[in-house]
Design a protein around this ligand. Structure first.
Ligand code: MIC
Ligand code: SF4
Length: 644
């Protein structure tokens, strides 16, 4: 190999069977997996259904970090179930309060050159450590724990050359906001964003993690940085120096696409409501009153970020009209801040210290007041995700967030004066006591609360499908639109019949009832249908309500895979103009003799034909024909058991 990108090198080492041909399906061997509580309950119910006695990966982790409010027994029951499953199957369990999965993973487990599959769309955070880390639905992660490879389209590799050095008060968040401005929320679909160039060495591992984390918002399969001296130093400071290995692209690596970013020229940036790619300069919005500032989330909650925030707040007070919350990404971050005296300025400034968890990022607490402006260091500002439908959420760096918290309005952080010098520890204070190793467990009993319901069984697709168009959406519909977050609905993640009643509740209140009454139907979508989260509930709930077909202009990667996994046919318009010809209430019919690449839908109401594409790999076809991926895996396992 002499002209390979770093991503290609790691994929080549993990590829099973096929060649690495762009846009062709490949099977990737998965070394590590991670789950979090909100997607984990379903993933483990699926894993249990596979009948495998122990996980087959090198290492699998189960984090509890999303819904931790425990506002009734259901959430607490989910946590207890997850802990029992981890003990039984050999999975490391990260206790509630330990921190956010992606931050913890980067600190304690990420290892250059390995592959990671996680049931969370921000799993690519670990790409900051030179890994191929991919977000997927729970069922794909369960299959990886059972030893199955991960099937995906071989992505194009986009080379992002970084030159120059970030100026004071401009940080990693501004880099990824600039990339989002260029690429938009769908510009990364089926691509890997690979960083290279002299600017790379100016960024620390957590800063790289901010960039790879939010690469997910471009729709990219993953993002990756080289593993260099900076990576080595970080691993050594985490007491894991022996895990380092140097990894970089070949000198003459051939990228499919090129982007160049001059870090020296970047300014503080801000994503406006309601999309992470709606990016402007902070200076253009100066003076806008700000009601709430939230610092944290898997994008910006590292020790580096909170040290800066602490230094900027030292000796100052949060503006009286603005509420500031701070959530550290991990207990390690919290402990290190406490020991160096950097927690105190946060407390004294009036910042409200929240638990080390996702919290407000997914609408669990801190919903802003009616019509409020909130500045958040998070990665998504989809309408209503904060829990307040008419709130205006802006995405910013920790520096810009702090400037707003102090001034009660949007201010270019470069006006805050001298940029503070922070000192990163040569050795982090380490404490792994909140990780429970399976060998530590005295019992491996799995306790299921009454809200944890078995997975529904789904029948294989019939040959003839007919249904009414029950919903027609615009572009970029998010999985938050399909199944919203918030602690109430997230407490139902292990109960498909219940959670299904909330499908599209903020888009069309009548959808779930109409779907149930008509025994299902059809959804029509625009571009990038299903962007955002990996939650497979966004496929499972419509499936449970009887939806068998979704016709869209295009689909987001993880959601597309989830639809196929649960046997919903994802069709795309051959001619996108046909989208305009379908209206709510039309009756559509599709006969499927075989799962061809092009199919014809008959609009019975309009007596018109619509040509649609069905892009399925051979394995996808088998899944759809068997009633979904789980049914197929179960069938294969039974056949194996029957063979002497
Ligand atoms: C998100 O940021 O939307 C989530 C909540 O982390 C989701 C996972 C989930 O829905 O549980 C994600 O990003 O995959
Ligand atoms: Fe948690 Fe928000 Fe990160 Fe999702 S994006 S993992 S909800 S912090």
């Amino acid at each position: 190999m002499s002209n390979h990108t770093l991503a290609q090198k790691i994929i080549a080492k993990h590829i099973a069977e096929e060649k690495m041909t762009t846009n062709k399906e490949i099977a990737l061997k998965i070394d590590y997996t991670l789950t979090q509580d909100s997607t984990g309950t379903m993933a483990y119910l699926e894993f249990e259904a596979m009948g495998i006695p122990k996980i087959k990966t090198e290492l699998s982790l189960s984090f509890v970090d999303h819904n931790m409010l425990q506002n009734d027994y259901r959430n607490a029951d989910d946590h207890r179930y997850l802990q029992g499953v981890a003990a039984k199957y050999g999975i490391i369990f990260s206790r509630p309060g330990n921190g956010i999965c992606h931050q913890l993973y980067l600190e304690r487990f990420a290892r250059p050159g390995k592959t990671l599959l996680g049931s969370d769309s921000h799993t690519p955070t670990a790409g900051g450590m030179g890994m191929i880390a991919i977000g997927a639905g729970g069922l794909d992660v369960a299959a990886a724990m059972a030893g199955e490879p991960f099937y995906m389209e071989m992505p194009k590799i986009v080379g992002i050359k970084l030159i120059g050095r970030l100026q004071p008060f401009v940080s990693a968040k501004d880099v990824i906001l600039q990339i989002l401005k260029n690429l938009t929320v769908k510009g990364g679909v089926n691509k890997i964003l690979e960083y290279h160039g002299p600017g790379v060495e100016t960024l620390s591992v957590p800063e790289r993690g901010t960039i790879t984390n939010m690469g997910a918002e471009t729709g990219a399969t993953t993002s990756i940085f080289p593993s260099d001296k900076t990576t080595k130093d970080f691993l050594e400071a985490q007491g894991r120096g022996m895990m380092w290995t140097e990894l970089r692209a070949d000198q003459d690596a051939i990228y499919d696409e090129h982007i160049e970013i001059n870090l020296s020229e970047l300014e503080p940036l801000i994503a406006l409501p309601h999309s992470p790619d709606n990016v402007k300069k902070v200076s253009e919005l100066e003076g806008t009153s700000v009601d709430q500032v939230c610092i944290g989330s898997c994008t910006n909650s590292s020790l580096r970020d909170l040290k800066i925030v602490s230094a900027l707040l030292r000796g100052k007070k949060v503006h009286e009209n603005t509420s500031l919350t701070v959530s550290a990404g991990s207990r390690q971050v919290m402990e290190n801040l406490a020991v160096t005296g950097e927690l105190e300025p946060l407390i004294q400034s009036g910042a409200r210290m929240l638990e080390n968890a996702c919290g407000p990022c997914i609408g669990i607490g801190q919903s802003p007041p009616t019509g409020a402006v909130a500045l958040r260091t998070f990665n998504r500002n989809f309408k209503g995700r904060s829990g307040t439908q008419d709130a205006k959420v802006y995405l910013v760096s920790p520096e810009t967030a702090t400037a707003a918290a102090l001034n009660g309005k949007i201010v270019d952080p470069r006006k805050l004066g001298e940029f503070p010098q922070i000192v990163m520890p040569e050795k982090f204070i380490l404490n792994d006591s909140m990780f429970i190793q399976p060998s530590q467990c005295s019992t491996s009993e799995i306790i299921r609360g009454p809200n944890i319901r078995p997975l529904p069984d789904f029948a294989p697709l019939p040959k003839k499908l007919q249904g009414e168009v029950l919903l027609k959406t615009g572009d970029n519909i998010t999985t938050d639109d399909i199944i919203p977050g918030g602690s109430e609905i997230m407490s139902l993640r292990s109960n498909i019949p219940q959670i299904s009643t909330y499908a599209f509740c903020h888009v069309d209140k009548t959808f779930a009832t109409r779907a149930a009454q008509r025994n299902g139907g059809i959804i029509v979508g625009g571009e990038n249908y299903g962007q955002g989260s990996s939650r497979e509930h966004a496929a499972l709930a419509p499936k449970y309500l009887g939806i068998k077909i979704i016709i869209a202009k295009s689909f987001a990667r993880i959601h597309l895979a989830n639809l196929i996994n649960f046997g919903i046919l994802p069709l795309t318009f051959v001619d996108k103009k046909d989208y305009d010809e379908i209206v709510l209430g039309d009756i559509l019919e599709l006969e499927i003799e075989s799962l061809n690449e092009q199919l014809t839908i008959i609009n019975k109401t309009k007596e018109a034909k619509i040509e649609v594409n069905l892009n399925l790999s051979e394995i996808d076809k088998k899944q759809i024909q068997s009633g979904g991926k789980l049914a197929l895996i179960k069938k294969l396992n039974e056949n194996n058991r029957d063979t002497p």
